[in-house]
Design a protein around this ligand. Structure first.
Ligand code: ADP
Ligand code: MG
Length: 351
């Protein structure tokens, strides 16, 4: 189920927008910006279907990591629909960029780079590139929109609002012609619980046909974390840390600072310091990871089920079949089960 579905029952300004895109030189890049549930994806679904029926080749870049249409969640995805589609969730992904979370405030670099890379792939495949974005449009979210627009330099930026985004409109003007669209009267708000349930359904659908596979840390690069970076700590250092903090230290590395993976045995005050990052082993369980190819693009995502530090192996549940293309495992910052239950978000600096 997807919130946004194809409809021709759209405000008149959408029809004018369609006409102006159809009449413009190609390739053409449109970035759609607006708050949560303002009708961004409905607009893109409308434009995509209409442009296809007019004979244009289209591509959709879905960067709404929290409410993706094109799976998997927590990535920026490119789809290249060839025929009419009811909803973006019916579309197969063509390429993906790993972000690793559904809450991108600490990942605006990844978001902007992801959109740019998907547009770079799309430019050779389509006449019109439609870019969907998150509803996160205030504070850091507004900066993120600006960074995306700066990198992509859209031909047109459509901002859907009722006046509240006039500051953002001004900020975006240097990076593309801005057109302001009204919020459709039929747009409806979704509650926090509904959004969570929609996400759960999508996670579940993505992981439906997954299998448990194993990667060796000697064969793949581990990124997005300080784990596995630096020199392994010595038995002596491990013992000192265990005594000082009442931990069982499962693994540790020295790379300027220390990074250790531990389990608590006794309740000691938490160690917080720039010299020592201590990661609870349980925080790694069900962590979302990206399976990355040799171009830095994401082949798909997986759920980290187990790490064997002494053997240097990671067990990952994933629907990705062609594991020979995986050269890197990138750690995300959300823990989720294959049924779609979100167990929690992690801060960027936690891993
Ligand atoms: N023109 C429209 N006609 C009918 N329903 C609409 C229209 N625009 C938006 N909606 C409804 O409003 C809700 C939010 O729209 P959506 O496109 O998912 O917003 P966004 O992508 O900005 O979060 C959806 O339920 C969608 O079906
Ligand atoms: Mg949307």
């Amino acid at each position: 189920m997807n919130k946004a579905r194809y409809t021709q029952d759209v405000p008149k300004d959408r029809i004018e927008l369609l006409r102006s895109i159809a009449g413009h030189d190609k390739p053409f890049k449109l970035m759609v910006i607006g708050g949560v549930d303002s009708g961004k994806s409905t607009l893109i679904t409308f434009l995509g279907n209409e442009l296809l029926s007019l004979g244009f080749r289209i591509a959709i870049v879905d960067s709404d990591v929290g409410q993706k249409g094109v799976l998997p969640p927590a990535t920026v995805s490119l789809a290249v629909p060839e025929g009419p589609f009811e909803s973006m969730s019916d579309l197969e992904g063509w390429a993906h960029y790993f972000v690793g979370t559904t809450a991108p405030a600490q990942f605006i670099g990844e978001m902007a780079v992801g959109v740019k890379r998907m547009v770079d792939v799309a430019i050779d495949l389509a006449d019109v590139i439609l870019i969907d974005t998150t509803g996160f449009v205030t504070g850091v979210g507004a900066e993120m929109k600006r960074l995306k627009a700066e990198l992509v330099m859209p031909d047109l930026i459509a901002v859907i609002h009722s006046g509240e985004l006039s500051g953002l409109v001004r900020a975006l003007e240097p990076y593309g012609e801005v057109v302001e669209l009204s919020v459709s009267e039929t747009a409806r708000r979704y509650h926090h619980e509904e959004r969570r349930d929609l996400r759960a359904e999508k996670w579940g659908a993505y992981f439906k046909d997954s299998q448990l596979v194993e990667f060796s840390t000697s064969a793949v690069a581990i990124t997005g974390t300080s784990l596995f970076h630096g020199t392994p700590i010595s038995a002596g250092e491990k013992e000192i840390l265990e005594k000082a903090f009442g931990w069982v230290v499962l693994a540790g590395w020295k790379n300027g600072a220390y990074t250790v993976v531990k389990a608590d045995v006794e309740r000691f005050p938490r160690a917080h310091s720039r010299e020592l990052k201590a990661i609870d082993f349980e925080k790694l369980s069900n962590l979302l990871v990206g399976l990355i190819d040799d171009e830095g693009l994401c082949l798909g995502v997986g759920i980290l089920k187990w790490v064997n530090f002494s053997e240097g192996t990671l067990q990952v549940l994933t629907p990705v079949n062609d594991l020979s293309r995986v050269r890197e495992i990138r750690f995300g910052r959300i823990r989720v089960t294959e049924e779609g239950e979100e167990l929690g978000l992690l801060r960027r600096d936690e891993l």
